[in-house]
Design a binder for this molecule. Structure first.
Ligand SMILES: [Zn+2]
Length: 84
């Protein structure tokens, strides 16, 4: 499981991990910004461990010309958080 906190992809999708054991993932997927995603993509509820310390947000797609994709997640520090 991921450590609790906020994470984001380079394109701006965010994942918030919470819960006693990091078991709660709140995924905010930006279909407009993720370069590998189309509007049919379905994002997984929890990021996937990619080996080492890397975690990736993974999405799947039934659209053959898309095929889904993934993006590395980076921890977001409190300073970088964008206030609503
Ligand atoms: Zn797609």
């Amino acid at each position: 499981m991921m450590a609790n906190g906020m994470y984001r992809t380079a394109a701006g999708s965010t994942v918030e991990i919470s819960g006693e054991h990091g078991g709660i993932a709140t995924v905010d997927f930006d279909w407009f910004e993720e370069p590998e995603a189309c509007y049919d993509c379905v994002v997984e509820a929890y990021p996937q461990e990619w080996g080492g310390e890397e975690w990736r947000l993974v999405w799947h797609c039934e659209n053959e010309c898309c095929g889904g994709g993934s993006a590395a997640l980076f921890p977001v520090t409190a300073k970088e958080m964008i206030l609503p």
